[in-house]
Design a protein around this ligand. Sequence first.
Ligand code: SAM
Length: 282
Amino acid sequence: MNTTLYIVSTPIGNLGDITLRALEVLKSVDLVAAEDTRHSRKLFSRYEIKTPLVSYYSAKEEITGDKVLAELKSGKNVALISDAGTPGISDPGYYLIKKTIDEGGKVITIPGPSAIISALTLSGLPTDRFVFEGFLPPKGSARKKRLEAILDEKRTIILYESPRRAGRTLKELLQLLGDRKAALARELTKIHEEVVRGKISDIIKVVEEKGLKGEVTLILAGHDEKVVKSTDEADVVSTLQSILDKGLSVKDTAEIASRELNISKRAVYQEIIRMKDQRGKK
Ligand code: SAM
């Protein structure tokens, strides 16, 4: 293949956020493979891009990807774009990019916006090490497994979420991870851009009071062992004992104590087991 596949980032809201190189490439390639051709026409008309568009979408990523690959093989240079941000990031693109690389094709990036980096840098949370978890599975054991996998994550955690589910997800995260620092970045680069920062419980309050619309990215502080260790052990034991004395189940105790002490439920369970062991030895 003598042709090139260009991975082109496009705006995540504000149409002004497009690079000069992106515009040059979109105007000069033979074909633009777009996630939703109707959506991309808005960008094309704003910048007078006349390049033909073909559809490349996730539900049929393999079929449409193979068609685009055939175009590359036939001598056409192709630019890949998605509805917003960087293709392949929680958007279609991976299949075509991998196939092109596997077949010895040339792939070039035209970098630009992605909600991950914009949300992370605005969050006020550590940016030196982070993990991107994409969208959590909506329900069931797949969701539980993914949530458990981030339980002890020390790096800043970034999640994409729909506004419909964000409230529920935040409540689950509060129960599981304790009331740690977080940020909710909404409608970035658009008129209603907003970042809510605070503890997870503070963000839940804002969401419940004001409701939530638009595109949402959640950023969570990583698990901070220092916070757990700095909590006075005597405090932990007496708080746990007073909750257990009320006759609550271990599950309810873990939930309440993790919120009150700002430590993870796992840490509370471990402490309860340790207290029971000690009592057994007496
Ligand atoms: N490819 C895109 C990128 O590079 O960021 C992500 C596409 S994914 C289908 C869409 C999700 O990204 C949204 O549900 C939201 O979580 C996040 N997102 C996209 N635009 C955003 C914005 N303007 N503000 C906040 N989050 C955004």
